[in-house]
Design a protein around this ligand. Structure first.
Ligand code: CAA
Length: 380
């Protein structure tokens, strides 16, 4: 086994690290407080290629492997998980979904703008009554010949107001259950498409999350993705890769908090010495480091599986399950290592602790990952 990264991997990781430190770190506290993310920063991420890393170069993508992508995701997430969720949704769900399953026309018209940051994407599956139970879609798309009429509500949509293009999953034939579900590309501004108020969130507050309402929105047939009835499989396949991105985000949140705690413990003195010299703190750091390394191996294995063309449903779910638990455990301990300072904003760990929680919820809760894992290991 060779665990070495290539020179290109290291270059990409360092570019993401540099961008995170120089562009994301200044203002991260303010963005969290104000619940906003400036458009210019999204553009910068697009110009540097972070928004279409794995997409095909003929549509403006970086043509990179998944290892490169998770390395970048980890670095961005160490500093700003709000930025990295935008990157993750645009790369893993929207660009990957269109690149893999879109028509030539859809790729030319939509993907080529999403890879460069000219436009931003959102993925719309969850509904007020269909979160984990994704087959129970209430949003309907009625076939009217050359177009569909879309009606319904989507909830908790990342990039809800900043996105331009939305991949919307809807029921086209209720009788057929999951085989009667389709996915559509919907553009912001189409008649009957309304963006609801911004959610007031615990974490990833810089990223915008909204509900979306579709009232008789006319969607041209050429905007359906894949064959009729492919929508549920489209969502599942896309989310499988998305889970690797979120696992990398969780890994980044954990390693960001760990690095802050380690540095702090080497400076802060108590009882006559730096606090890292007390086993109470040193053992915490040992546990944090061990958990993070285990998460890193799972994340890299899932990314490697995807790059090798192996099935990655199981390895992606395990990576997300473990990395998100690691993010929770490590960020809580990082606050503890900081003591009172950990509870105030300027030390960053309280934000990372709040950000960590969402990695156990979105793109499938931890319980959903356990469904995927247990079904996979029990099927033989
Ligand atoms: N790849 C391909 N096909 C898949 C698949 C996969 N990974 N997973 C399931 N399928 C197929 C099955 O093979 C089956 O097809 P057939 O009938 O042809 O055999 C079909 O889909 C139905 O599968 P299941 O019977 O397993 O479906 P289920 O109802 O039991 O649900 C589930 C399975 C794993 C629980 C699924 O509902 C799920 O993943 N739920 C969570 C949804 C989720 O992640 N939501 C997050 C919202 S998106 C988000 O958070 C984005 C954001 O903004 C950050």
């Amino acid at each position: 086994m060779d665990f070495k990264f290539t020179e290109e991997h290291i270059m990409i990781r360092d570019a993401a690290r540099d961008f995170a430190k120089t562009e994301l770190l200044p203002g991260v506290i303010e963005r969290d407080e104000k619940q906003e993310f400036p458009k210019e920063l999204i553009k910068k991420m697009g110009n540097l290629g972070f928004l279409g890393m794995m997409a095909s170069p003929e549509y403006g993508g970086g043509g990179m492997d998944t290892i490169s992508y998770v390395l970048a995701m980890e670095e961005l997430s160490k500093i700003d998980a709000s930025a990295s969720v935008m990157v993750s949704v645009n790369n893993s769900l929207v660009c990957w979904g269109l690149d893999t399953f879109g028509t030539e026309e859809q790729k030319k018209k939509y993907l080529s703008k999403l890879t460069t940051g000219e436009k931003l994407g959102a993925f719309c599956l969850s509904e007020p009554e269909a979160g984990s139970d994704a087959t129970s879609q209430r949003t309907t798309a009625i076939d009217k010949g050359d177009h569909y009429i879309l009606n319904g509500t989507k909830n908790w949509i990342t990039n809800g107001s900043s996105a331009d293009y939305f991949l919307v999953i809807a029921q086209t034939d209720k009788e057929k259950k999951h085989k009667g579900i389709n996915a559509f590309i919907v553009e912001k501004g189409w008649e009957g498409f309304e963006i609801g108020p911004k959610e007031q969130k615990l974490g990833i507050r810089g990223s915008d999350t909204h509900s979306l309402n579709f009232n008789d929105v006319k969607v041209p047939k050429e905007n359906r993705i894949g064959e009729d009835g492919f929508g549920f499989k489209f969502a599942m396949k896309t989310l499988s890769g998305g889970r690797i991105g979120i696992a990398a985000q969780a890994l980044g949140i954990a390693s960001g908090a760990y690095e802050l705690a380690k540095d702090y413990s080497k400076q802060r003195k108590a009882f006559g010495t730096e606090i890292c010299n007390h086993q109470a703190i040193a053992f915490k750091l040992a546990d944090m480091h061990t958990q993070i390394e285990a998460a890193r191996h799972l994340v890299m294995k899932a990314a490697w599986d995807k790059d090798q063309g192996n099935n990655y449903d199981l390895s992606g779910a395990m990576a997300k399950l473990h990395a998100s638990q690691t993010a929770m455990d490590v960020t809580v301990e990082a606050v503890q290592v900081h003591g009172g300072n950990g509870y105030v904003k300027e030390y960053h760990v309280e934000r990372l602790m709040r950000d960590a929680k969402i990695t156990q919820i979105y793109e499938g809760t931890s319980e959903i990952q356990k469904i995927v894992i247990s079904r996979s290991i029990l099927k033989d």
